[in-house]
Design a protein around this ligand. Structure first.
Ligand code: PEP
Ligand code: MG
Length: 563
């Protein structure tokens, strides 16, 4: 949208932009009812069994409702709904509530107490599990609503399109949303990698997170949402707003009509790849315009494995991915255990600061057999799918000996070695690192976290965990330049690659491939098709002079002719 001059009678609220697009519709707040008191008079003994039955019926209905929605949902929405339904029927959770009820606690209070205990356990287990506490609280609120005989909380269903607003939407709230009914999402909390952002990207609707003053917007007020500027404006003239939405439709049409392989307007090819985690998600990627897999997050296969899977078991999992791309490229990332991805057989239990602890290559460095077994399994699967171009990279590399050790092990097995660039130390010595391996791939989620010293899971630091931060862009540019000068591929596989405007900037810096959630491929491809390589280069140069992320976005959009 062209930079609008704010009029005197308008009120603008700012947040962190996550998904581009313009929407104009009434605000519909999703507010959770206040929690009932945590204590209540004890249940008489003769009422306890009936209360257990009430609780069982309520939790069953919640799980059934979520599963029914999962049937008609697709992709990550389906996964989220199934996962949340699974929590509503988790045996440990149900057992805990039932035990409390049999001891005299009324079902609502027993549900509250068991949820608090589970939340505590999840939080202790690390950041990835901690993210699921939103799902747990959501299940709690749904069960309580069922016990009270009222409808389950969720996003409001209105007979006209709305802009959904909330603190931070629960995954089950957002899953299965139809973009015809919900034209934008704006949250007070959340962050660029939160569930809300992932789902909005999948739906292709504008999304803004961390809009701190959002509560100023009353329910039902007409708002103009600009997903690329990160603004929510009240008081806009409706005719002007509708005209802006209309203009944005051309961009949406371009995305729908786009077909790969990706290239810029002047025909420079750009490799677009998918981020996946198993055979099923790899097969989904084959239905998109992805040319291959740029990040196979192997640790996600093993999040609940108490013991290390055998080489044959691992090889079977990897082969399922390779077979989805029998002639394509698959970049396998070795186990990134630790911190936000605790893998029971590989992760240390107690660390004060797990993001700075034993994670990624450091885990396998302490227990080299884990790495040797995994590389054996990758080599075995690769031999069984000889047409697949298998590349292997290690996460969290920060020292040259780590990279040297890893590259040697890969080459001994005939595998092509690479490293992830996620730690500023790797960029500081990028030319030396680049000399040791065949390719690099920048994990912008962690590179941003470590450059800005800002926890990527924090809902309070969205401004810092923004890959548009000039310091982060500078490190990406240095890495891309080293790749160019040594003639080695330098890709990006963090969330930054899924941002269509930033994708153009990355290409302009000399990044050779972009790997992202499969759902983001069309919007990135369509945006690249709309700009020339010269514009991408101009944008890449312009962002390096920006003083903050807002200015970086603005100068990039101007150089690309997107504003
Ligand atoms: C990253 O850090 O950007 C990345 C791609 O790895 P992950 O998100 O799995 O840590
Ligand atoms: Mg990472």
């Amino acid at each position: 949208m062209p930079d609008r001059q704010t009029k005197e009678h308008e009120t603008v609220i700012h947040g962190t932009p996550v998904v581009d697009g313009i929407a104009f519709a009434p605000a519909a707040w999703t507010r959770r009812p206040p929690l009932p008191p945590e204590t209540a008079p004890e249940l008489p003994e003769d009422k306890r069994e009936a209360a257990v039955e009430d609780f069982e019926a309520a939790s069953k209905k919640v799980a059934e409702g979520l599963r029914a929605r999962a049937v008609s949902a697709e992709g990550s929405s389906k996964e989220v709904l199934e996962m949340t339904a699974g929590l509503a029927e988790d045996r440990g959770y149900l057992r805990m509530v039932k035990k409390d009820i049999m001891a005299g606690t009324p079902p609502i209070q027993a549900t509250i107490a068991a949820t608090s205990r589970f939340v505590e356990m999840f939080e202790k287990a690390g950041a990835l599990m901690a993210e699921r506490t939103t799902d747990l609280r959501d299940v709690r609120d749904r069960i309580i609503a069922r016990l009270q005989g009222v409808s389950e909380p969720g996003v409001p269903h209105l007979p006209y399109p709305v802009v959904v607003m909330g603190d931070d939407l629960s995954p089950a709230d957002t899953a299965g949303m139809d973009p015809k009914d919900y034209v934008a999402i704006v949250t007070e909390g959340g962050g660029p990698t939160s569930h809300t952002s992932i789902i909005a990207r999948q739906l292709g609707i504008p999304c803004i997170v961390a809009a701190r003053d959002l509560s100023e917007v009353p329910d039902g007020a007409d708002v103009l949402v600009d997903g690329s500027a990160g603004t929510v404006t009240m008081g806009v003239d409706p005719d002007e707003a509708r005209a802006l939405v209309q203009e944005d439709c051309a961009r949406i049409q371009r995305i729908r009509a786009w077909k790969g392989p990706a290239k810029t307007k002047d025909g420079v090819p750009v490799q677009l790849l998918s981020n996946i985690q198993d055979g099923a998600t790899a097969r989904l990627a084959t239905e998109s315009e992805a040319e291959g897999i740029g990040l196979f997050r192997t640790e996600l296969l093993f999040l609940s494995s108490a013991k290390e899977p055998s080489v044959d078991e691992q090889a079977a999992d990897y082969l399922a991915v390779f077979e989805a791309f029998p002639q394509g490229k698959v970049v396998v990332r070795t186990l990134d255990a630790g911190s936000d991805k605790p893998v029971p057989f590989a992760t240390l239990q107690e660390e004060f600061n797990p993001a700075l602890g034993v994670r990624g290559i450091r885990v396998t460095g302490q227990d080299p057999d884990l790495m040797l077994h995994q590389l054996d399994a990758i080599a075995q699967a690769s031999a069984e799918s000889p047409g697949t171009k298998v590349w292997v990279m290690a996460p969290m590399i920060s020292t040259l000996p780590e990279a040297e050790w890893f590259a040697g092990l890969c080459r001994e097995r005939g595998l092509k070695p690479g490293i992830m660039i996620e730690v500023p130390a790797a960029v500081i010595l990028i030319n030396k690192f680049m000399g040791l391996v065949d390719f690099v791939s920048i994990g912008t989620n962690d590179l941003t976290q470590y450059t800005m010293a800002a926890d990527r899971m924090s809902p309070h630091l969205a401004e810092y965990t923004d890959p548009w931060q000039p310091a982060v862009l500078e490190l990406i540019a240095l890495t891309a330049a080293a790749g160019q000068s040594q003639g080695k591929p330098a890709g990006v596989c963090g969330e930054a690659a899924a941002d269509p405007t930033l994708a153009c900037v990355l290409v302009g810096m000399g990044i050779t491939s972009l790997s992202m959630a499969t759902s983001a491929i069309s919007s990135v491809g369509a945006t690249l098709a709309h700009v020339t390589m010269a514009q991408c280069r101009e944008a890449a140069t312009a962002v390096r002079g920006a003083r903050d992320s807002k200015e970086a976005r603005a100068v990039a959009r101007a150089a690309l002719g997107l504003s």
